[in-house]
Ligand binder design. Structure first.
Ligand code: PGA
Length: 249
């Protein structure tokens, strides 16, 4: 896993937004749309804001771009404050020219066999799109990526998952006592199939998990560590998140 420590948070956000923009332009020049894997949470907000700015001020064209989001809570309605569908709409989708049929989000309203079938369809849709070119990832305080909580196997696929107490607590601001117990999430194997993985970990509260992530062997207790060994995985941090790690030039 390649570590990049930027001078400040903003630089990491801009670097990732620029990489995404370059990919979008490259694919457009090749006559197709880039396929982006997107994440929610506080971490990528600045990346999406920069993409919106580039769309408005520089004409960055999302017309053929295809997106797949990593995860969604179960039972949270689309307009609830904690809904990832709502988050994506507010931070990106409403402000750029993505075609609605090219946007893919896991549904929050399914359980049981219907949820399982939906997860299989999601995997098929990713394959049909030609696979994900670049997957944006945050990392949870417990090392989760997407909602692959500690213990998630490396060969996991898109599925229904039970949320870890640390995860439920970190989302309780938006959802309070209503914080859901389950979610649908792309699996670790699904994520590993993306051609580029870009993990953003920003702020002092991520220092411990970043150190943990860089320290050891891949293990299911720290799901993000299972991304080690991917041929193109990069961890983008700021000095606060990287305090316990050794910076690279
Ligand atoms: P955050 O969440 O971006 O809000 O820190 C990251 C995550 O839990 O994956």
């Amino acid at each position: 896993m390649e570590l990049r420590v930027f001078g400040e948070r903003r630089e990491a956000e801009l670097a990732l937004a620029r990489e995404i923009a370059e990919l979008v332009r490259l694919r457009r020049d090749e006559g197709r749309g880039a396929v982006l894997g997107l994440a929610t949470g506080r971490t990528p907000v600045g990346v999406y804001a920069e993409l919106v700015r580039m769309h408005r001020e520089e004409g960055l064209d999302f017309a053929r771009v295809v997106t797949f989001n990593l995860d969604e809570f179960e039972g949270v309605s689309a307009d609830a404050p904690g809904s990832f569908r709502r988050f994506m709409h507010e931070h990106l989708f409403a402000h750029v020219n993505l075609a609605p049929e090219c946007v893919h989000l896991l549904r929050s309203d399914l359980t049981g066999a219907a949820a399982a079938a939906h997860c299989e369809e999601y995997e098929a849709a990713i394959r049909d799109a030609g696979g994900i070119d670049l997957q944006v990832l945050g990392v949870g305080l417990n090392g989760h990526v997407g909602f692959n909580e500690p213990g998630s196997p490396r060969d996991s696929r898109t599925r229904r998952v039970e949320l870890h107490p640390v995860t439920r607590r970190s989302y309780s601001d938006g959802l309070g006592e209503e914080a859901p117990t389950h979610a649908l999430s792309m699996g670790i194997a699904t994520i590993l199939e993306a051609r580029r993985l870009r993990v953003l970990a920003l702020g002092a509260h991520k220092a411990d998990i970043v150190a943990e992530l860089l320290r050891g062997e891949p293990r299911a207790e720290v799901p993000a560590s299972l991304l080690h060994g991917h041929p193109d995985v990069r961890l983008l941090t700021d000095p606060e998140a990287a305090t316990a790690s050794s910076p690279t030039p």
